[in-house]
Design a protein around this ligand. Structure first.
Ligand code: SF4
Length: 389
Protein backbone atom coordinates (compact mmCIF):
# COMPACT_ATOMS: atom_id res chain seq x y z
CA UNK A 1 0.00 0.00 0.00
CA UNK A 2 1.40 3.47 -0.82
CA UNK A 3 2.23 5.96 1.92
CA UNK A 4 -0.85 8.11 2.38
CA UNK A 5 1.11 11.36 2.08
CA UNK A 6 1.72 10.63 -1.64
CA UNK A 7 -1.94 10.89 -2.60
CA UNK A 8 -3.69 14.22 -3.18
CA UNK A 9 -6.09 15.13 -0.36
CA UNK A 10 -9.34 17.10 -0.69
CA UNK A 11 -11.80 18.32 1.91
CA UNK A 12 -15.56 18.09 1.48
CA UNK A 13 -17.87 20.03 3.82
CA UNK A 14 -21.59 19.22 3.85
CA UNK A 15 -24.18 21.89 4.74
CA UNK A 16 -27.43 19.90 4.77
CA UNK A 17 -30.38 22.29 4.61
CA UNK A 18 -32.50 23.43 1.66
CA UNK A 19 -35.58 25.63 1.38
CA UNK A 20 -37.59 22.57 0.35
CA UNK A 21 -36.93 19.01 -0.80
CA UNK A 22 -36.93 18.57 -4.61
CA UNK A 23 -38.95 15.50 -5.66
CA UNK A 24 -36.00 13.87 -7.50
CA UNK A 25 -33.37 14.49 -4.82
CA UNK A 26 -31.74 11.63 -2.94
CA UNK A 27 -28.91 13.68 -1.44
CA UNK A 28 -28.67 14.08 2.30
CA UNK A 29 -30.64 17.32 2.19
CA UNK A 30 -33.31 18.44 4.61
CA UNK A 31 -35.99 21.10 4.19
CA UNK A 32 -35.50 23.89 6.71
CA UNK A 33 -39.00 24.57 8.02
CA UNK A 34 -38.29 27.65 10.12
CA UNK A 35 -37.27 31.16 9.15
CA UNK A 36 -33.75 31.46 7.77
CA UNK A 37 -32.80 33.68 10.69
CA UNK A 38 -33.28 30.60 12.87
CA UNK A 39 -30.88 28.42 10.85
CA UNK A 40 -28.45 27.12 13.51
CA UNK A 41 -25.36 28.40 11.69
CA UNK A 42 -23.18 28.95 14.73
CA UNK A 43 -23.94 25.59 16.33
CA UNK A 44 -23.45 23.75 13.05
CA UNK A 45 -20.11 25.50 12.54
CA UNK A 46 -19.10 24.48 16.07
CA UNK A 47 -19.94 20.90 15.11
CA UNK A 48 -17.90 21.12 11.89
CA UNK A 49 -14.96 22.47 13.84
CA UNK A 50 -15.18 19.64 16.38
CA UNK A 51 -15.53 17.10 13.53
CA UNK A 52 -12.46 18.50 11.78
CA UNK A 53 -10.41 18.57 14.97
CA UNK A 54 -11.28 14.94 15.72
CA UNK A 55 -10.22 14.01 12.17
CA UNK A 56 -6.82 15.71 12.21
CA UNK A 57 -4.80 12.68 13.38
CA UNK A 58 -5.91 10.86 10.19
CA UNK A 59 -4.50 13.53 7.86
CA UNK A 60 -1.50 14.72 9.83
CA UNK A 61 1.28 16.16 7.68
CA UNK A 62 -0.83 16.33 4.54
CA UNK A 63 -1.96 19.42 2.71
CA UNK A 64 -5.37 19.96 1.20
CA UNK A 65 -5.43 20.90 -2.49
CA UNK A 66 -9.18 21.50 -2.89
CA UNK A 67 -12.14 22.32 -0.66
CA UNK A 68 -15.75 21.75 -1.73
CA UNK A 69 -18.66 23.16 0.27
CA UNK A 70 -21.69 21.18 -0.87
CA UNK A 71 -25.18 20.34 0.25
CA UNK A 72 -28.01 20.80 0.63
CA UNK A 73 -27.92 24.45 -0.27
CA UNK A 74 -24.75 25.97 1.20
CA UNK A 75 -25.80 29.44 0.03
CA UNK A 76 -28.43 29.42 2.81
CA UNK A 77 -25.43 30.03 5.09
CA UNK A 78 -24.40 33.69 5.38
CA UNK A 79 -21.10 34.97 3.98
CA UNK A 80 -19.93 35.53 7.58
CA UNK A 81 -20.58 31.86 8.34
CA UNK A 82 -18.67 30.75 5.23
CA UNK A 83 -15.80 33.07 6.17
CA UNK A 84 -15.69 31.55 9.66
CA UNK A 85 -15.80 28.05 8.18
CA UNK A 86 -12.86 28.74 5.86
CA UNK A 87 -10.89 30.37 8.68
CA UNK A 88 -11.56 27.30 10.84
CA UNK A 89 -10.26 25.06 8.07
CA UNK A 90 -7.16 27.16 7.35
CA UNK A 91 -6.27 27.34 11.05
CA UNK A 92 -6.29 23.55 11.34
CA UNK A 93 -5.26 22.16 7.97
CA UNK A 94 -2.47 23.10 5.61
CA UNK A 95 -4.40 24.41 2.59
CA UNK A 96 -2.13 24.47 -0.47
CA UNK A 97 -1.44 27.86 -2.08
CA UNK A 98 -3.85 28.35 -4.97
CA UNK A 99 -6.26 25.74 -3.60
CA UNK A 100 -9.61 25.54 -5.39
CA UNK A 101 -12.46 26.39 -3.00
CA UNK A 102 -15.83 25.58 -4.57
CA UNK A 103 -19.22 26.32 -3.09
CA UNK A 104 -22.62 25.21 -4.33
CA UNK A 105 -25.34 27.83 -4.57
CA UNK A 106 -28.93 28.00 -5.69
CA UNK A 107 -30.21 30.84 -7.85
CA UNK A 108 -32.66 32.36 -5.36
CA UNK A 109 -32.63 36.14 -5.26
CA UNK A 110 -31.28 36.57 -1.75
CA UNK A 111 -28.54 34.02 -2.40
CA UNK A 112 -27.33 35.78 -5.55
CA UNK A 113 -27.04 39.00 -3.58
CA UNK A 114 -24.47 37.23 -1.43
CA UNK A 115 -22.19 35.93 -4.20
CA UNK A 116 -19.66 38.78 -4.07
CA UNK A 117 -19.40 38.35 -0.29
CA UNK A 118 -18.73 34.62 -0.67
CA UNK A 119 -15.86 35.47 -3.02
CA UNK A 120 -14.54 37.94 -0.42
CA UNK A 121 -14.79 35.18 2.19
CA UNK A 122 -12.39 33.01 0.17
CA UNK A 123 -14.58 30.95 -2.16
CA UNK A 124 -12.81 30.78 -5.55
CA UNK A 125 -15.40 28.90 -7.62
CA UNK A 126 -19.20 28.85 -7.54
CA UNK A 127 -21.38 25.99 -8.76
CA UNK A 128 -24.92 27.15 -9.46
CA UNK A 129 -27.83 24.67 -9.45
CA UNK A 130 -29.76 26.10 -12.40
CA UNK A 131 -31.08 22.76 -13.85
CA UNK A 132 -33.11 24.43 -16.63
CA UNK A 133 -34.09 27.82 -18.03
CA UNK A 134 -37.65 26.66 -18.67
CA UNK A 135 -40.13 27.73 -16.00
CA UNK A 136 -42.29 24.70 -16.84
CA UNK A 137 -39.37 22.33 -16.34
CA UNK A 138 -38.34 24.06 -13.11
CA UNK A 139 -41.89 23.73 -11.79
CA UNK A 140 -41.96 20.03 -12.75
CA UNK A 141 -38.66 19.57 -10.89
CA UNK A 142 -40.11 21.27 -7.81
CA UNK A 143 -37.41 23.94 -7.86
CA UNK A 144 -38.01 27.08 -5.83
CA UNK A 145 -36.36 29.43 -8.36
CA UNK A 146 -37.52 30.50 -11.80
CA UNK A 147 -35.65 31.15 -15.06
CA UNK A 148 -35.41 34.90 -14.47
CA UNK A 149 -33.72 34.32 -11.11
CA UNK A 150 -31.40 31.77 -12.71
CA UNK A 151 -30.23 34.30 -15.30
CA UNK A 152 -29.71 37.00 -12.67
CA UNK A 153 -27.76 34.59 -10.47
CA UNK A 154 -25.43 33.55 -13.30
CA UNK A 155 -24.78 37.19 -14.21
CA UNK A 156 -23.87 37.85 -10.60
CA UNK A 157 -21.65 34.75 -10.43
CA UNK A 158 -19.82 35.80 -13.61
CA UNK A 159 -19.16 39.23 -12.05
CA UNK A 160 -17.89 37.80 -8.76
CA UNK A 161 -16.00 34.63 -9.77
CA UNK A 162 -13.37 33.93 -12.43
CA UNK A 163 -14.46 30.30 -12.36
CA UNK A 164 -18.02 29.07 -12.06
CA UNK A 165 -20.14 26.11 -13.05
CA UNK A 166 -23.70 25.88 -14.29
CA UNK A 167 -25.52 22.67 -13.34
CA UNK A 168 -28.11 21.62 -15.91
CA UNK A 169 -30.27 18.50 -16.15
CA UNK A 170 -31.68 16.79 -19.21
CA UNK A 171 -34.31 14.13 -19.99
CA UNK A 172 -36.70 16.25 -17.91
CA UNK A 173 -40.45 15.65 -17.70
CA UNK A 174 -41.93 16.59 -21.08
CA UNK A 175 -38.59 17.89 -22.42
CA UNK A 176 -38.00 17.89 -26.18
CA UNK A 177 -34.76 18.14 -28.14
CA UNK A 178 -35.61 21.76 -28.84
CA UNK A 179 -36.13 22.33 -25.10
CA UNK A 180 -32.62 21.07 -24.36
CA UNK A 181 -31.21 23.08 -27.30
CA UNK A 182 -32.75 26.22 -25.75
CA UNK A 183 -31.35 25.41 -22.30
CA UNK A 184 -27.84 24.89 -23.69
CA UNK A 185 -28.02 28.11 -25.70
CA UNK A 186 -29.20 30.02 -22.62
CA UNK A 187 -26.34 28.62 -20.53
CA UNK A 188 -23.70 29.26 -23.20
CA UNK A 189 -24.80 32.88 -23.56
CA UNK A 190 -23.20 33.52 -20.15
CA UNK A 191 -19.80 32.13 -21.20
CA UNK A 192 -19.47 29.67 -18.31
CA UNK A 193 -16.02 28.09 -17.86
CA UNK A 194 -17.66 24.80 -16.74
CA UNK A 195 -20.96 23.07 -17.31
CA UNK A 196 -22.33 19.92 -15.68
CA UNK A 197 -25.17 18.12 -17.42
CA UNK A 198 -26.91 15.36 -15.50
CA UNK A 199 -29.48 12.89 -16.77
CA UNK A 200 -32.55 13.08 -14.54
CA UNK A 201 -32.85 9.67 -12.93
CA UNK A 202 -35.58 8.41 -10.67
CA UNK A 203 -33.93 7.35 -7.44
CA UNK A 204 -35.62 5.07 -4.90
CA UNK A 205 -37.17 6.74 -1.85
CA UNK A 206 -37.83 10.04 -3.63
CA UNK A 207 -41.19 11.68 -4.35
CA UNK A 208 -40.65 10.97 -8.08
CA UNK A 209 -40.20 7.25 -7.31
CA UNK A 210 -43.68 7.23 -5.74
CA UNK A 211 -45.28 9.28 -8.54
CA UNK A 212 -43.03 9.09 -11.60
CA UNK A 213 -43.47 11.97 -14.06
CA UNK A 214 -43.63 11.31 -17.84
CA UNK A 215 -40.02 11.19 -19.02
CA UNK A 216 -38.31 11.04 -22.44
CA UNK A 217 -37.57 7.45 -23.53
CA UNK A 218 -34.05 6.02 -23.86
CA UNK A 219 -33.73 6.88 -27.56
CA UNK A 220 -34.67 10.49 -27.02
CA UNK A 221 -32.36 10.70 -24.00
CA UNK A 222 -29.48 9.35 -26.11
CA UNK A 223 -30.26 11.93 -28.81
CA UNK A 224 -30.22 14.63 -26.15
CA UNK A 225 -26.80 13.57 -24.93
CA UNK A 226 -25.50 13.56 -28.51
CA UNK A 227 -26.96 17.03 -29.06
CA UNK A 228 -25.27 18.28 -25.88
CA UNK A 229 -21.94 16.79 -26.96
CA UNK A 230 -22.13 18.45 -30.39
CA UNK A 231 -23.30 21.81 -29.02
CA UNK A 232 -20.80 22.03 -26.20
CA UNK A 233 -17.95 20.70 -28.33
CA UNK A 234 -18.65 23.39 -30.95
CA UNK A 235 -18.59 25.99 -28.18
CA UNK A 236 -15.07 24.96 -27.12
CA UNK A 237 -15.92 22.65 -24.21
CA UNK A 238 -14.25 19.31 -23.56
CA UNK A 239 -16.26 16.48 -22.04
CA UNK A 240 -13.79 15.22 -19.46
CA UNK A 241 -16.18 13.11 -17.38
CA UNK A 242 -19.53 11.44 -18.01
CA UNK A 243 -21.47 14.55 -16.90
CA UNK A 244 -18.82 17.29 -16.88
CA UNK A 245 -17.76 19.68 -19.64
CA UNK A 246 -15.12 22.39 -19.26
CA UNK A 247 -13.20 24.93 -21.25
CA UNK A 248 -9.43 24.23 -21.26
CA UNK A 249 -8.00 24.86 -17.80
CA UNK A 250 -11.40 25.02 -16.07
CA UNK A 251 -11.92 21.42 -14.97
CA UNK A 252 -13.14 20.94 -11.41
CA UNK A 253 -10.01 19.88 -9.53
CA UNK A 254 -11.99 18.67 -6.54
CA UNK A 255 -14.15 16.26 -8.52
CA UNK A 256 -11.14 15.16 -10.56
CA UNK A 257 -9.53 14.02 -7.32
CA UNK A 258 -12.54 11.76 -6.59
CA UNK A 259 -12.46 10.25 -10.06
CA UNK A 260 -8.68 9.80 -9.91
CA UNK A 261 -9.13 7.82 -6.69
CA UNK A 262 -7.41 10.43 -4.52
CA UNK A 263 -8.17 10.83 -0.83
CA UNK A 264 -10.78 13.08 0.74
CA UNK A 265 -11.88 13.93 4.20
CA UNK A 266 -15.62 14.59 4.48
CA UNK A 267 -17.05 16.58 7.38
CA UNK A 268 -20.65 17.57 8.03
CA UNK A 269 -23.92 15.62 8.27
CA UNK A 270 -23.76 12.45 6.15
CA UNK A 271 -20.43 13.41 4.53
CA UNK A 272 -18.34 10.58 3.12
CA UNK A 273 -14.56 10.29 3.23
CA UNK A 274 -11.90 8.00 1.82
CA UNK A 275 -8.47 7.89 3.40
CA UNK A 276 -5.45 5.80 2.49
CA UNK A 277 -3.02 4.57 5.14
CA UNK A 278 0.12 2.48 4.71
CA UNK A 279 -1.80 -0.75 5.37
CA UNK A 280 -5.44 -0.02 4.44
CA UNK A 281 -7.96 2.19 2.66
CA UNK A 282 -10.80 3.37 4.89
CA UNK A 283 -14.21 4.73 3.92
CA UNK A 284 -16.13 6.64 6.54
CA UNK A 285 -19.53 8.34 6.68
CA UNK A 286 -20.70 10.94 9.19
CA UNK A 287 -24.03 10.64 11.03
CA UNK A 288 -26.68 11.62 8.46
CA UNK A 289 -29.42 13.42 10.32
CA UNK A 290 -28.32 17.05 10.90
CA UNK A 291 -29.42 17.49 14.53
CA UNK A 292 -28.02 14.11 15.51
CA UNK A 293 -24.81 14.90 13.62
CA UNK A 294 -24.36 18.15 15.55
CA UNK A 295 -24.76 16.38 18.90
CA UNK A 296 -22.45 13.56 17.82
CA UNK A 297 -19.76 15.87 16.42
CA UNK A 298 -19.78 18.00 19.57
CA UNK A 299 -19.25 14.79 21.52
CA UNK A 300 -16.31 13.89 19.20
CA UNK A 301 -18.18 10.94 17.64
CA UNK A 302 -19.34 12.28 14.26
CA UNK A 303 -18.47 9.11 12.35
CA UNK A 304 -21.55 6.93 11.85
CA UNK A 305 -19.91 4.23 9.73
CA UNK A 306 -16.33 3.26 9.07
CA UNK A 307 -15.03 0.31 7.09
CA UNK A 308 -11.83 -0.93 5.54
CA UNK A 309 -12.24 -1.45 1.80
CA UNK A 310 -11.43 -5.09 1.15
CA UNK A 311 -8.89 -6.25 -1.46
CA UNK A 312 -11.77 -7.77 -3.45
CA UNK A 313 -13.64 -4.45 -3.62
CA UNK A 314 -10.72 -2.22 -4.53
CA UNK A 315 -10.48 -2.91 -8.28
CA UNK A 316 -14.19 -2.16 -8.76
CA UNK A 317 -14.03 0.95 -6.59
CA UNK A 318 -11.06 2.26 -8.55
CA UNK A 319 -12.77 1.55 -11.89
CA UNK A 320 -16.07 3.03 -10.74
CA UNK A 321 -14.29 6.36 -10.53
CA UNK A 322 -11.51 6.24 -13.13
CA UNK A 323 -13.66 4.97 -15.98
CA UNK A 324 -15.93 8.02 -15.73
CA UNK A 325 -13.05 10.13 -17.05
CA UNK A 326 -13.07 10.39 -20.83
CA UNK A 327 -9.26 10.39 -20.88
CA UNK A 328 -9.03 7.63 -18.27
CA UNK A 329 -5.97 7.47 -16.01
CA UNK A 330 -2.40 6.12 -16.31
CA UNK A 331 -2.47 2.36 -15.69
CA UNK A 332 0.30 2.82 -13.10
CA UNK A 333 -2.15 4.71 -10.87
CA UNK A 334 -4.02 1.49 -10.25
CA UNK A 335 -1.16 0.06 -8.20
CA UNK A 336 -0.16 3.43 -6.74
CA UNK A 337 -3.67 4.06 -5.47
CA UNK A 338 -4.99 0.61 -4.57
CA UNK A 339 -1.75 -1.10 -3.50
CA UNK A 340 -2.51 -4.00 -5.88
CA UNK A 341 -0.57 -5.03 -8.94
CA UNK A 342 -2.17 -4.05 -12.23
CA UNK A 343 -1.83 -7.73 -13.15
CA UNK A 344 -4.67 -8.35 -10.65
CA UNK A 345 -7.11 -6.92 -13.21
CA UNK A 346 -5.36 -8.28 -16.31
CA UNK A 347 -8.07 -10.83 -17.15
CA UNK A 348 -10.90 -8.31 -16.70
CA UNK A 349 -9.10 -5.70 -18.80
CA UNK A 350 -8.55 -8.21 -21.58
CA UNK A 351 -12.27 -9.11 -21.60
CA UNK A 352 -13.26 -5.45 -21.68
CA UNK A 353 -10.87 -4.78 -24.59
CA UNK A 354 -12.25 -7.81 -26.43
CA UNK A 355 -15.78 -6.40 -26.12
CA UNK A 356 -14.70 -2.99 -27.38
CA UNK A 357 -15.43 -1.32 -24.01
CA UNK A 358 -11.86 -0.49 -22.97
CA UNK A 359 -8.95 0.95 -24.98
CA UNK A 360 -6.20 -1.60 -25.72
CA UNK A 361 -3.41 0.83 -24.66
CA UNK A 362 -1.55 -1.01 -21.84
CA UNK A 363 -0.30 2.26 -20.33
CA UNK A 364 -3.77 3.76 -19.72
CA UNK A 365 -7.04 2.63 -18.26
CA UNK A 366 -9.59 4.32 -20.46
CA UNK A 367 -13.11 3.49 -21.63
CA UNK A 368 -13.81 3.54 -25.37
CA UNK A 369 -16.76 5.69 -26.54
CA UNK A 370 -18.82 2.46 -26.47
CA UNK A 371 -17.62 1.72 -22.94
CA UNK A 372 -18.60 5.21 -21.78
CA UNK A 373 -22.04 4.72 -23.28
CA UNK A 374 -22.48 1.35 -21.61
CA UNK A 375 -20.52 2.16 -18.48
CA UNK A 376 -22.49 -0.19 -16.22
CA UNK A 377 -21.67 -3.15 -18.49
CA UNK A 378 -18.01 -2.18 -18.46
CA UNK A 379 -17.96 -1.77 -14.68
CA UNK A 380 -19.73 -5.09 -14.24
CA UNK A 381 -16.64 -6.81 -15.64
CA UNK A 382 -14.66 -5.60 -12.63
CA UNK A 383 -17.17 -6.76 -10.03
CA UNK A 384 -15.96 -9.75 -8.07
CA UNK A 385 -18.19 -12.79 -8.71
CA UNK A 386 -20.14 -11.00 -11.44
CA UNK A 387 -21.69 -13.62 -13.72
CA UNK A 388 -21.65 -11.26 -16.72
CA UNK A 389 -17.95 -12.06 -17.00
S1 SF4 B 1 -31.82 22.07 -3.84
FE1 SF4 B 1 -30.41 20.41 -4.43
S2 SF4 B 1 -29.85 19.39 -2.52
FE2 SF4 B 1 -31.64 20.67 -2.08
S3 SF4 B 1 -33.39 19.27 -2.30
FE3 SF4 B 1 -33.11 20.28 -4.29
S4 SF4 B 1 -31.72 18.92 -5.46
FE4 SF4 B 1 -31.63 18.30 -3.29
Amino acid sequence: MPENVALPLSLYVHLPWCLSKCPYCDFNSHAWRGSLRELPEARYLDALQADLEASLPNVRGRSVSTVFIGGGTPSLFSPDAIERLLATIRARLRVAPGAEVTMEANPGTFEAQRFAAYAQAGVTRLSIGVQSFSDDALRALGRVHDARQARAAIEEAARSFASFNIDLMYALPGQTLQGLRDDLASALAFGPPHLSLYHLTIEPATAFAKRPPPLPDDDLSADMLALAGDTLGAAGFERYEVSAWARPGARCRHNLNYWEFGDYLGIGAGAHGKLTFHDRIVREARVRQPERYVDAALAASAIGEERIVSCDELPFEFMLNALRLTEGVPAAWFSERTGQSVAAIGRERARAVERGLLEADPTRIRATPLGLRFLNDLLGLFLKNDDRR
